[in-house]
Design a protein around this ligand. Sequence first.
Ligand code: ADP
Length: 423
Amino acid sequence: MAIVLGCIADDYTGASDLANTLKKAGLRTVQTIGVPAADYRLPDVDAVVLSLKSRSIDPAKAVALSLEAYAWLKGQGASHILFKICSTFDSTDRGNIGPVMDALLDKTGDDCIIVTPAFPETKRTVYMGNLFVGHVPLNESPLKDHPLNPMHDSNLVRVLQRQSKNQIGLIDLATITKGASAIKARMKEMGRDGVRAVIVDTVFDADLAPIGEVAADTHLSVGASGLGLGLAQAFVKRGRGGASGAALANLPASAAACLAGSCSQATLGQVAAAEKIMPVFRLDPADLMERRAAYLDEIVAWATERLPQGPVLVASTATPDRVRALQGRFGQAEIGHAIEQAMADLAERLVEKGVRRLVVAGGETSGAVVDRLGVPGFVVGPEIAAGVPVLGASGYRHDMLIALKSGNFGGPDFFADALKLMA
Ligand code: ADP
């Protein structure tokens, strides 16, 4: 069946968050890394989230990439395209939200579309067009000092107008609270006056349902996971989604391994807890820096010997004091990069040895592992912990389950919880 919702996400972690939100709302969802190759076979799903790295690149490049993504999603039958941006509207006066929106709007030809980065559940709200981060307006939040996209104006109508060749308008909370038909009528009126995109106020979780309902009747919208949730609810109401159908992967008893390259507080505790239930190799970064190849061979041999008996964990996880000492000795970037690449090497070699269930702790570490394995996409499965789903590799040469956790996510028994759900 054709997909109903195609999402173009301007960064990878935002894409994962959206994919997880759509799945939880009831849409069967795949997240792909970049625009899939021609031979990629999409499983039977309702939604695809295509992850780009287009948030802070040259606007012309972001437009070209997004149009390529658009063409691919339309080829899969997507009836609605969500351009997924950051919930703090990360952008500059050059873009990239406005230029990408304009280019997509030229393609879909909608009279007027919905734009909102709000997600009240995560304390991103929009009132009278002003974006609030927690209790403060965007321009008073830490985003004012963002190294790439400092946000000095909380009024999104103005912010987007500076980036777009189209006329931008506002639909305020008074109209939103009147429900979907009132929003639709107002959009129609504004569309007649030449407004092509409206920032819609979104203050309460309940606002997302009527907003999603109206957005679902157009071909394009711009927003974050909150709008994704509203859209998913609308499509589920219209009969899409439901039971997840096929299993995430066809895995007869197969080896499982965990890799931890995170030194976050939560991961420190999780590695200590894992030591009680599986063999743990404490990777010594100094050894790695001094005799990389031989050391990695030793770790692979250690793991290979133990894998037939059950899962193993390799962890570089260390306390802040130890991390500081290592950084002082080898350089912060150098040691970080070396450990990430070591984890990627280990993942690749363990998969060669038959590992088909892989749990990775650490955001950057996960990125390095996924890049190295070259997995083109993931079917989103059940959640292990808030924000951390089990992922089924899609279009990869092996059937495989993967969990990718950024540092501070998950409860104390995260590794056991993950392996239980991946069994
Ligand atoms: P998190 O999600 O917790 O931030 P990341 O994987 O994103 O985890 O980042 C952790 C960084 O710390 C990586 O670059 C990793 O290679 C590096 N690292 C891991 N272990 C050590 C260590 N023992 N000493 C110094 N750096 C480390």
